[in-house]
Design a protein around this ligand. Structure first.
Ligand code: ADP
Ligand code: MG
Length: 254
């Protein structure tokens, strides 16, 4: 293991109540790439992210972040979970959510500084949501909430971002904004992992793809690995249904 990779995963195996969800996943994710995690419903995509982040118990597996333990580099990672897992029934305003991104930078008992406030403001500006700073987050639309979570990640100035299905249930303008931000972060050398289920956009969006269905089916450059053979291995019979969709037909899959 060394520092040449942003993340290294060795033999990651996860089960829920003895039912296997992921088996023996090995990955080496280089710096500065946008990586898609692709697979059918229940394939273990969210589990892969949670396992890489140490948020769930592992049956086996070792995770390294920039060559070090996950714990040591945890503040350098942002995680935006799948939307249904948020519960915003309590009152919290937008700028406080974004300020959470600054917490890993604060020392014990240290107060929020003007610099922290400026970074929160800049992050809100980047996602075009500054005018919503004082709003209750639960009153925002799905797309607006997603922008706020991106802003929180920007305020954190993390080097690795995990996003779980960030484009589900959001408007096209927000999708474009979020993807433009991902590209910008990539140009700054950041590493971005995105769980994604819309096969139509895969070749546009991702430098690398991880195709999974409990096991790792394929991993590598999108241009090499995102092909019909690997998709059939990943989706099985379900691909015939997907095949009929407009998105897949317009795609140049060989
Ligand atoms: P994906 O994100 O690819 O849709 P998940 O990682 O959420 O898949 O789930 C993988 C499998 O593990 C599914 O069969 C799912 O039902 C199961 N699973 C996920 N989370 C839990 C949990 N907390 N308890 C029990 N089973 C779970
Ligand atoms: Mg999921």
């Amino acid at each position: 293991m060394n520092n040449n990779f942003a993340i290294e995963v060795n033999n990651l195996t996860v089960s829920y109540s003895k039912k296997p969800a992921l088996k023996g996943i090995d990955l080496k994710i280089p710096h500065g790439k946008i990586v898609g995690i692709i697979g059918p419903n229940g394939a273990g995509k969210s589990t892969l992210i949670k396992g890489m982040l140490g948020l769930i118990p592992l049956d086996s597996g070792e995770i390294k972040v920039f060559g070090k333990s996950l714990k040591e580099n945890f503040p350098r990672i942002s995680y935006i979970p799948q939307r249904e897992s948020f519960d915003w029934d309590f009152p919290v305003v937008v700028q406080d959510v974004v300020m959470m991104g600054r917490y890993p930078h604060l020392k014990l008992f240290q107060k929020i500084s003007d610099e922290d406030k400026a970074k929160v403001k800049a992050a809100l500006q980047k996602v075009d949501m500054l005018e919503y700073a004082e709003r209750q987050i639960r009153l925002l639309s799905g797309g607006q909430q997603q922008r706020i979570f991106i802003a929180r990640a920007l305020a954190q100035e993390s080097d690795i971002l995990f996003l779980d299905e960030p484009f589900v249930g959001i408007d096209a303008a927000t999708e474009t904004t979020i993807f433009a931000i991902m590209r910008k972060l990539k140009s700054e050398g950041k590493t971005i992992l995105v769980v994604h289920h819309d096969l139509g956009r895969v070749t546009d969006y991702f430098d690398l793809v991880i195709l999974i269905n409990q096991r790792l089916i394929a991993y590598g450059k999108t241009s090499e690995k995102f092909n019909r053979d690997n998709l059939i291995k990943t989706y099985g019979g379900r691909l015939t249904i997907l095949d009929k969709t407009e998105q897949l037909r317009s795609q140049t899959i060989n």
